[in-house]
Design a protein around this ligand. Structure first.
Ligand code: AMP
Length: 194
């Protein structure tokens, strides 16, 4: 795949996390900005979300934030972004984030990150899109989740080819190599069906 022009990052809104996760968020935002890849994210200033956005902007990148009206104050919308879209619901946010991006990176996060990651994974499983999805397993954070997915497959609840559905990278540097190695999407995202 040619390097994507827009990458969506899903990540935690909590700031009370280990430095290694904050450093990963910074490295990802910085790497996107330096490469001229537009960051699409949830639009907040808090936690890893704020760190990734600030790093991308500081590196000269464009950042698009999409935030639902009712959590604007809780997540403190970022006022220095290239574009900030205030939308009516979580669903609209997720649909717009997906439509505006060529690939997805899942950094460590909580329930919100899981919701976003699983929606984009299941949409891909349902062939609603075939944009690359990378799981950044920073410091082994996602290991229990990856083990759960293996368990689902072993127990017959999921019949997925994991290597086709998503790719796991251990370091942020590997995100960019992995994106280049992905095949170009053949199925355009189908907004009406999302
Ligand atoms: P968390 O991983 O819980 O720290 O949340 C990360 C981001 O996911 C935050 O911006 C949350 O607002 C967002 N989020 C939480 N639940 C949802 C949802 N159902 N749909 C879309 N975004 C969500």
């Amino acid at each position: 795949m040619k390097i994507p022009s827009s990458v969506c990052v899903y990540c935690g809104a909590s700031s009370r996390v280990a430095d290694i996760h904050k450093q990963a968020a910074h490295a990802l935002g910085d790497g996107l900005g330096r490469r001229g890849i537009r960051l699409v994210y949830g639009g907040g200033r808090v936690g890893l979300m704020g760190i990734v956005a600030d790093a991308a902007l500081a590196a000269g990148g464009e950042v698009v934030g999409i935030i639902p009206e009712h959590i604007q104050s809780a997540e403190v919308e970022h006022t220095g972004l290239t574009e900030l879209h205030v939308v009516d619901s979580m669903h609209t946010r997720k649909r717009m984030m997906a439509e505006q991006s060529d690939a997805f990176v899942v950094l460590p996060g909580g329930l919100g990150t899981l919701d976003e990651a699983f929606e984009i994974l299941t949409w891909r499983q349902l062939q609603l899109h075939d944009k690359p999805i990378l799981i950044a397993d920073v410091d082994g954070y996602w290991r229990p989740l990856l083990a759960l997915i293996d368990h689902m497959v072993a127990e017959g609840f999921a019949r997925i080819d994991r290597s086709r559905l998503y790719r796991v990278v251990d370091h942020i540097d590997d995100v960019f190599t992995a994106l280049e190695e992905q095949p170009d999407p053949a199925v355009p995202i189908q907004p009406r069906k999302l």
